[in-house]
Write a protein of this length. Sequence first.
Length: 124
Amino acid sequence: MAIKLFDAELKVMDILWSEGATTAKRLAEILGERVGWSKTTTYTVIKKCIDKGAIKRENPNFICHSLVTFDGAREYETTELINKMYDGAADQLVASILEQGRLSKGEIERLKQKITEMENPGKA
């Protein structure tokens, strides 16, 4: 399921992805500690996530369950970035990252390994 999640919504989802099903009250406590949100702000963002279909609310206790996986959200955001900034050309995103020179030797090796795996599916 492809859903656009904004930064505030991702803060709520991050907690659900790491902690699993959580009460709205606990989400408000955590976000109050981490980013200084009020209970009202947290509940407003939770409602937006429910309206989008990213969170399912269960009673009693207003328990929130994620309906979107982290990998699904990451895939959606990556596709959006590639389409928005690179006209759909994923290789241009990779080239941009490489040109910045920010990759460690370990990251470069992992990329090489991933490319080799993609070129030779089924061989490990």
